[in-house]
Design a protein around this ligand. Structure first.
Ligand SMILES: NC(=O)c1ccc[n+]([C@@H]2O[C@H](COP(=O)([O-])OP(=O)(O)OC[C@H]3O[C@@H](n4cnc5c(N)ncnc54)[C@H](OP(=O)(O)O)[C@@H]3O)[C@@H](O)[C@H]2O)c1
Ligand SMILES: [Zn+2]
Length: 339
């Protein structure tokens, strides 16, 4: 039996363990993927730190996967061994429940699969994925450069295109980490007046070079006031991992503005009177499904957008994860399976 290597979490808060396993067989509607690269996302903390309700261990984290199809299940159509493939947070859907039928497959009643959380993900040499979860990867896109687009990319691209802003509107990107540095590039290329909001000034130069037209240091005065001075934001894309940071910019929404919540933070108070006065909104945003990932990749190709990555060999998965958690990475950490 062929063998594979996985970096496994055995319980919440434990270090990753290198484990040798048999390479799994794909089920009827699954693909076996030989993984080439996997991004390290802040959402991997759900698995590694044991933050996901009802989490079942052992589990292999990782949901920014790029690889090559090695084998296909008996009922898989449209894929063959050798095809390049990507898998994100969305881990699959049944395709026939009421949510799937109306294009809300992420809320599928029957499968509810989350890559790297409810099924094994990409901190491994191989994985099996549900066919509904996989995206085509263009031949001329690099493995490492594409990997973060499968979560950090699709989530921010998709949230921005559903946020309601029009060309020329002020769009604020709150938090310029793994997600935020891609969001800045998308917002600028989508034609918005792009305002990056982050703590301190050490990322300012880099973020302006990625396309931000304005930069607000959230530690230097009231960031909501600074946004209001720019006319108020039509969209605030909130990618920070901290609830107070989100709360502190909400007052920077303009009329009909929407805060799109991406960062998975604790509950925080909102101000209904202020929201009524502006007809403003707060909305959560789920990453996206496989076709959204394909749209994201195409947009990146058209507009020459790519993440800035720190590359770690697969064997150093724990160091890579620790680097992501430290907040020091500029900007995405990516595991490369072989050099
Ligand atoms: N909704 C979805 O579908 C979805 C998809 C992917 C990820 N997520 C979530 O999105 C969030 C961001 O993920 P990521 O991978 O981009 O994380 P990341 O690379 O670690 O970036 C985190 C960002 O949050 C900022 N931040 C952290 N603590 C802060 C504080 N106390 N005050 C102000 N800013 C603070 C950081 O600012 P500094 O630069 O100052 O450290 C950085 O800009 C996570 O919560 C993740 O779980 C959600
Ligand atoms: Zn993610």
């Amino acid at each position: 039996m062929a063998k594979m290597i996985a970096m496994v979490v055995t319980k919440g808060g434990a270090k990753l363990q290198r484990v040798e396993r048999d390479v799994p067989q794909p089920g009827p509607k699954e693909l076996l993927i030989r993984i080439q690269a996997c991004g390290v996302c802040h959402s991997d903390t759900f698995t590694v730190e044991g933050l996901w309700p009802g989490m079942v261990y052992p589990r292999v984290p990782g949901h920014e996967v790029i690889g090559v199809v090695e084998a296909i299940g008996g009922h898989v159509e449209g894929w063959k061994p050798g095809d390049r493939v990507g898998v994100g947070w969305f881990g699959g859907s049944c395709g026939h429940c009421r949510y799937c039928r109306r294009g809300e497959a992420f809320a599928c009643e029957n499968v509810q699969a989350v890559t790297g959380v409810t099924r094994d993900g990409g901190y491994a040499t191989h994985m099996v994925a549900d066919v509904s979860a996989v995206a085509h990867i263009p031949d001329d896109m690099d493995d490492v450069e594409s990997a973060p687009l499968l979560c950090a990319g699709v989530t921010t691209f998709n949230a921005l295109r559903h946020g309601g802003a029009r060309t020329g509107d002020v769009v604020a990107i709150l938090g310029v980490g793994g997600l935020g540095h891609l969001a800045v590039q998308f917002a600028a290329r989508q034609g918005y007046r792009t305002v990056a909001v982050n703590r301190g000034r050490d990322k300012e130069k880099m973020i302006r070079s990625l396309g931000a037209h304005d930069y607000i240091d959230s530690t230097d005065g009231d960031p909501a006031e600074a946004l209001r001075k720019l006319g108020g934001a039509r969209v605030i894309l909130a990618t920070v991992t901290n609830a107070e940071a989100m709360q502190s910019v909400m007052g920077g929404l303009g009329p009909n503005g929407t805060m799109m919540i991406i960062g998975a933070v604790q509950a925080f108070p909102i101000n209904p009177i202020e929201m009524i006065g502006k007809s403003s909104a707060v909305r959560g945003w789920y990453s996206g499904v496989a076709t959204d990932s394909e749209d994201t990749l195409r947009f990146c190709q058209l507009h020459h957008i790519s993440p800035m990555n720190e590359i770690y060999p697969f064997a150093e998965a724990q160091a890579a994860y620790d680097r992501m958690v430290s907040g020091k990475a500029r900007f995405r950490v990516v595991l490369k399976m072989s050099s």
